[in-house]
Design a binder for this molecule. Structure first.
Ligand code: SF4
Ligand code: FES
Length: 247
């Protein structure tokens, strides 16, 4: 099986091709480890948990941002890949997908540091801007908060985010507007807005042209999210609420 991998080390970028033996259950991350351990130990990529929990290994695999540790090689080489996202100019760059091969590139919309590693500073800067911590109604809660199961269920849709930035790399608006806060940051802001334990009025933090109002509802964010977080739904609901408040 052929893996075509983007390479960059501060100079001109290029692609390297590697023949990797196929094994049952093999993920793209497994294949990258095979390359690093047997063919080229200079290949750089980010990972930690190897179990779709830490969010470190998001990269562009056959032109779709996704977790390398969760993507089975078999589905890609046997043409069973079902993920289809809307056009994004960043996806036109680089090499094309070849039948029977796997194309691995760094996540779009963030600067490349080395090979498949991107600089995530901007993604986390936007995340922190949303003040992503609970601001409770009392300084020290004396007892547990009782919560409606429906509230809990909606919250869970958003607390599942593992901050992998796949949605940021898939969003055409992030590709065009470097100031757009992006799907994950906005979903996080909405997550605290709907938390009944939180006392702050937060929607205003993104009530500007690079926040809630920049989204064009391409829905790539939801399609690529490994945890089924729906940032587009959060953005739509936040906009409706702000419109109602404005009369
Ligand atoms: S919303 Fe989904 S795709 Fe976006 S950062 Fe969170 S887990 Fe990753
Ligand atoms: S290595 Fe942790 S999510 Fe892939």
């Amino acid at each position: 099986m052929k893996l075509k991998v983007f390479r960059y080390d501060g100079d001109e970028s290029h692609y390297d091709e590697f023949e990797v033996p196929h094994k049952p259950g093999q993920t793209v991350l497994d294949a990258l480890f095979y390359i690093q351990e047997n063919l080229d130990d200079s290949l750089s990529f980010r990972y930690s948990c190897r179990g779709a929990v830490c969010g470190s290994c998001a990269m562009l695999i056959n032109k779709v941002p996704r977790l390398a540790c969760r993507t089975q090689v078999k589905t890609l080489v046997e043409g069973e890949d079902k993920v289809k996202i809307k056009h994004c100019p960043a996806l036109d760059k680089g090499d094309e997908i070849e039948d029977g091969a796997v194309l691995v590139e760094p996540l779009p919309h963030l600067p490349v540091e080395k090979d498949l590693i991107v600089d995530q500073d901007k993604f986390f800067e936007y995340y922190r801007e949303m003040e992503p911590m609970l601001k409770t109604k009392s300084e020290v809660p004396g007892e547990e908060y009782e919560m409606d199961p429906e509230d809990v269920s909606e919250l869970e849709d958003y607390t599942n985010c593992i901050l992998c930035a796949a949605c940021f790399g898939a969003c055409p608006v992030d590709g065009e507007n470097v100031n757009y806060r992006g799907p994950a940051a906005l979903a996080k802001l909405y997550r605290f807005h709907i938390d009944p334990r939180d006392k702050s009025e937060r929607l205003s933090l993104a009530d500007h042209e690079d926040g809630w109002w920049a989204c064009e509802f391409h829905t790539n964010c939801q399609k690529v999210c490994p945890k089924n977080v729906p940032p587009n739904i959060a953005i739509g609901k936040a906009r409706s609420k702000l419109e109602k408040e404005d009369g």
